[in-house]
Design a protein around this ligand. Structure first.
Ligand code: HEM
Length: 403
C-alpha cells in the first residue's frame, strides 16, 4: 500500500538511495538512530538520487497539506507497470480522490464509532478469554492481529464463514504494503488478488440482493453513480487491507512500548479507562505503524525558501517527524502522561489523512483497556520478532506471560 506509493513515484529509489540504510538489519531494528543522523544533517536533506527526505514535523506536515503536491504526478492514473495494485483513492489525486473518499467517510463517523464500540469490546474480550487460558501466549497471533481482522470483516459485511479466507488472502496482499520483493512475491500477489476478486464479486452479488448495514452494501448502492464498477474491487481491497495491516502494528508497538516501560504499564493498569486513549496517542507518536510516505510536486514551487522542481519527490519520514525535538519535549521518551501537543503524523496529514483513524484509535483503546483490566501482571518473556519491512513497522511475534 504505502510501499506501492514509494515505488510509483520513485521506482528504484530505495535500492540506491542513502535512505536504503533503513532497509539494512540495524535500521530495521532501530530506524530512530538513522533518523537522528539524518536530522543532524538538516531538516530536509537531498538524497543521492535527487529526492528529498524530511525529518521535520513542520516541513512534513506542510508538504502533506500543500496543494502543489500529490500522491502521483498530476494527470496520471494508476500505472500497471509500476503499481502492484490499484489502491483506490489512497493512490489518487483530486477530483477522483475526493469522490471516493467521500463514499468511505460515513462508515467512520462518530455515530458509527459509538455503534461499533460494543462489538469491538465483545471481540476483544472473546480473544482474551481464549488467550488468558494459557499463562504464556503470543500477543500478536493471540490478540493484536485477530482483533482488527474480526472487526473490519464484520464492518464490511463479510459473512463469518468466509472471514478467515478474506483475512488470509488480505494478509498476502498486505505484504505488498512494503514493496514487492521478488518475481515470486509478485506472482503470489497476483494470485491473491484474483482470489480476493472472486470473493468480493460474490459478496457484491449477495449485497445487491440483500443489502445490510455494512460497507459493501454502501458500495454496491453507489455503483454507477459515485463509484464506477471497475473501482469497486480496489476500493474494498483498500479498506480491508488498510483496516487491519496497520492496526495490528499499533496494538503490537503500543503493548511492546508499555511493557518495556513498566512504570507506564503500571500507570495504565491503575486507571485503564482514563489512560487507554492517551496511551494510544503516545504509541502512535513514539512508534508509528506507517513510518513514512511521500509526495511529488505538481509544478515548480518551494519549501521554506528552497526551490523545488516539478516532479520532485519528497519523502516525509513520519517516524522521524514524530520525534522532532522542535515539537516534542523529550521526544525519545515514551510517556503516556505527556501534555497534549501538536498532533503526531502517524495518520499523515492533509487530504489523505487516514480515513479509518477513528476506528483504529477506538480498536487500540479498547485493546489497551481490556488488557490492562484483565491482565495487569502481563510482562514480556521471549525475544520480539519484527516484520521484515521498513515502511510498515511492528512485531510479528511478542511472547508474553501473565504468570
Ligand atoms: C490512509 C495510517 C488504520 C484506511 C492512511 C495514511 C496513513 C495511515 C499514514 C495516509 C498515507 C499517505 O498520506 O500517503 C494508518 C494507521 C492505522 C490506520 C497508522 C492504524 C493504526 C486504518 C484503518 C482503516 C484505514 C482501520 C480502514 C478501516 C485508510 C484509507 C486511507 C488511509 C482508506 C486512504 C485515505 C486517503 O487517501 O484519503 N492511513 N491507518 N486506515 N487509511 Fe489508514
Amino acid at each position: 500500500l504505502y510501499g506501492q506509493r514509494a515505488r510509483t513515484i520513485g521506482a528504484g529509489y530505495l535500492r540506491r538511495d542513502p535512505m536504503a540504510r533503513l532497509q539494512l538489519a540495524p535500521g530495521r531494528r532501530d530506524p530512530y538512530a538513522i533518523y537522528r543522523q539524518m536530522r543532524a544533517a538538516g531538516p530536509i536533506v537531498p538524497t543521492r538520487l535527487g529526492n528529498w527526505a524530511t525529518t521535520s514535523h513542520r516541513i512534513a506536515n506542510r508538504v502533506l497539506r500543500d496543494r502543489h503536491f500529490g500522491v502521483r504526478p498530476e494527470g496520471t492514473g494508476p500505472d500497471p507497470r509500476t503499481d502492484g495494485f490499484d489502491l483506490s483513492f489512497l493512490s489518487m489525486n483530486p477530483p477522483d480522490h475526493t469522490r471516493l473518499r467521500r463514499l468511505a467517510q460515513p462508515a467512520f463517523s462518530p455515530r458509527q464509532m459509538d455503534a461499533y464500540r460494543p462489538r469491538i469490546e465483545a471481540v476483544a474480550n472473546d480473544l482474551l478469554d481464549q488467550a488468558l487460558r494459557q499463562k504464556d501466549f503470543d500477543l500478536i497471533s493471540g490478540f493484536a492481529a485477530p482483533l482488527p481482522i474480526a472487526v473490519i470483516t464484520q464492518l464490511m459485511g463479510i459473512p463469518d464463514a468466509e472471514a478467515a479466507d478474506f483475512a488470509r488472502i488480505g494478509a498476502v496482499i498486505g505484504s505488498a504494503l512494503d514493496g514487492v520483493r521478488s518475481l515470486g512475491h509478485a506472482k503470489r500477489l497476483l494470485k491473491a488478488n484474483a482470489e480476493l476478486e472472486q470473493l468480493f464479486l460474490r459478496l457484491f452479488r449477495l449485497r445487491r440482493a440483500e443489502p445490510a448495514d455494512d460497507i459493501v452494501s454502501l458500495v454496491v448502492q453507489a455503483e454507477g453513480e459515485r463509484i464506477q464498477p471497475g473501482e469497486m474491487l480496489p476500493f474494498c481491497v483498500l479498506l480491508l487491507v488498510a483496516g487491519f495491516e496497520t492496526t495490528v502494528n499499533l496494538i503490537g508497538n503500543g503493548v511492546l512500548a508499555l511493557l518495556d516501560h513498566p512504570e507506564q504499564w503500571a500507570a495504565l493498569t491503575a486507571r485503564p479507562a482514563a489512560l487507554a486513549p492517551p496511551a494510544v496517542e503516545e504509541a502512535l507518536r513514539f512508534d508509528p505503524p506507517v513510518q513514512r510516505t511521500a509526495r511529488v510536486s505538481f509544478c515548480d514551487t518551494e519549501i521554506e525558501g528552497r526551490p523545488v522542481r516539478k516532479d520532485q519527490i519528497v519523502v516525509t519520514l513520519i517516524g522521524a517527524a514524530n520525534r522532532d525535538p522542535d515539537v516534542y519535549d523529550r521526544p525519545d521518551e515514551f510517556d503516556i502522561g505527556r501534555e497534549p501537543g501538536p498532533e503526531h503524523l502517524a495518520f499523515s496529514s492533509g487530504i489523505h489523512y487516514c480515513v479509518g483513524q477513528p476506528l483504529a484509535r477506538l480498536e487500540a483503546a479498547v485493546a489497551f483497556q481490556a488488557l490492562a483490566e484483565r491482565a495487569p501482571a502481563l510482562r514480556r518473556t521471549g525475544r520480539v520478532e519484527r516484520r521484515n519491512a521498513t515502511i510498515i513497522r511492528g512485531p510479528i511475534r511478542l511472547p508474553v506471560t501473565t504468570g
